[in-house]
Design a protein around this ligand. Structure first.
Ligand code: AOF
Ligand code: ZN
Length: 428
């Protein structure tokens, strides 16, 4: 079950217009039991966090709701709420506390609902745990502990030490799903990699090259599934493909959702010999990229022509040399280079060759397989070199979810769960 909402909110003076986005929160609450009061307020905090997709990275997406029980008793009311936007610095708790103060509410005795453990460290801001304590909050409900080794459990300890009642683990899984990339990056310092593939029902990527029109994508899936891919791009810091796909499809690889994002989607091309045409849509659109940093990064090998690199540079493309071996770029080096750029989430939209390389090297963390009803036959291009069929890959996926998009079906699952297996204890 999916929950669709169409909010348009203001945080700290920044207008955020969101068209529509799916949220799997009600899935967790489905069944016969009605949601508890804690789940209802946490759901609200998660909704606020979800609205910051594209606006929080390289920080996590976090929402906070403050409630106060009326003096005479009765149902608690929301007195302040907010979410973290990287550019505004304030963490979600601070946004919510400031809103409560601006609305004239006392926060003494309030309950805070936070989708991520309040921080305990001094980063770009002071510790949120201290701010909640100073505000007189007496209860804190947390969806999940912070996987940041600088925080992880210490924010909760601070709250306990100040006699704040802590409840941990309310709607934990949806809260975790929202911050997979952050959880992965903060622990391993490499991007969380999602392999996306649109496939025929017999598991092929595209018809045999000889039967295709050149320089044009071959669409297998319908508009609803393609919109889902746009949302995947919107939620990613970078998208990556290889030169083969550039030559075959002449793709744009842009985020066309029109949803707000704080930094452009970085389009990354692996092109060992810098053979990308200067006339490709990718290169032509890089020239119009705003700001000093290009949104098109081409990673090449040691034998690439310096003259071609200079020509690309003049057109606004960033070119970087990456260690290579036998004509293949080192994928760990590719990921390290992206990590240097604070890329937390990477979406692979690759051909057979790169899909196979990422999978064989165990570098993909999640797979999104979108199947169309079309059959392409034995001669068509396989899903991933070295994998006879994507159905074999599905055997290795955990926490599989299945959805349909019009006539198309999607299977999503994890190869590696970026989160630690358990949450911390609720009470000391
Ligand atoms: C919270 N509430 O809303 C967020 C938190 O560099 P800074 O100071 O912005 O700190 C970033 C870290 O703070 C980030 O790595 C994560 O551990 C935590 N994020 N914590 O209490 C929030 N966004
Ligand atoms: Zn904080």
């Amino acid at each position: 079950m999916a929950y669709i909402f169409t909010p348009s909110r203001l945080w700290g003076g920044v207008p955020i217009g969101i068209k529509s986005r799916k949220l799997d929160i009600l899935e967790v609450m489905s069944g016969n039991a009605p949601p508890t009061q804690d789940e209802v307020f946490m759901q609200r905090a998660l909704k606020l966090a979800t609205e910051t997709i594209g606006l929080a990275s390289p920080n996590p997406q976090v929402g906070c709701v403050l409630t106060q029980t009326p003096l005479g008793g009765g149902t608690p009311k929301i007195i302040g709420e907010g979410a973290h936007l990287y550019d505004n610095r304030d963490h979600a708790e601070i946004v919510a506390l400031k809103q409560a103060a601006a609305r004239g509410f006392s926060t003494k005795g309030a309950t805070a609902y936070v989708t991520l453990e309040p921080c305990s460290h001094h980063g770009r801001t002071g510790p949120c745990a201290d701010a909640l304590i100073a505000a007189g909050v007496t209860r804190c409900v947390i969806a999940t502990a912070d996987p940041n080794p600088l925080v992880s459990g210490q924010g909760i300890q601070k709250l306990h030490a100040a006699n704040i009642a802590v409840t941990l683990g309310v709607l934990e899984q949806p809260a975790r799903n929202l911050n997979d990339a952050f959880a992965h990056f903060i622990q391993h310092r490499t991007p969380f990699v999602t392999l996306k593939a649109a496939l025929s029902v017999d598991g092929k990527l595209a018809p045999p090259p000889a039967t295709r029109y050149p320089n044009r994508p071959f669409w297998l899936t319908g508009p609803a599934a393609r919109h889902e891919v746009q949302l995947l791009r919107h939620a990613s810091d970078a998208v990556l493909t290889g030169l083969g796909t550039v030559l075959a499809d002449d793709p744009q690889l842009t985020d066309r959702t029109a949803l707000p994002r704080r930094r452009p989607l970085l389009r990354v091309i692996l092109d060992t010999h810098l053979r990308i045409p200067l006339t490709s849509q990718l290169v032509r659109s890089a020239a119009s990229a705003s700001g000093s940093q290009s949104d098109l990064l081409i990673l090449c090998g040691s034998l690439a022509s310096p003259a071609k690199a200079a020509a690309l540079g003049a057109l606004g493309v960033e070119v970087e040399q990456i260690p290579d071996h036998a004509g293949r770029l080192s994928l760990p080096a590719v990921l390290a280079s992206l990590a240097e750029r604070d890329i937390l989430s990477l979406l692979l939209e690759c051909g057979s060759h790169l899909n196979g390389s990422f999978l064989r090297q165990n570098l993909a963390d999640k797979a999104v397989l979108l199947y169309a009803e079309t059959e392409l036959g034995d001669q068509a291009i396989p899903f991933a070199q070295g994998f006879p069929s994507p159905y074999l890959l599905e055997r290795f996926l955990h926490r599989i979810t299945r959805t349909t998009y019009g006539p198309d079906a999607s299977i999503t699952g994890y190869l590696h769960d970026p989160w630690p297996p358990t949450s911390l204890q609720t009470n000391p």
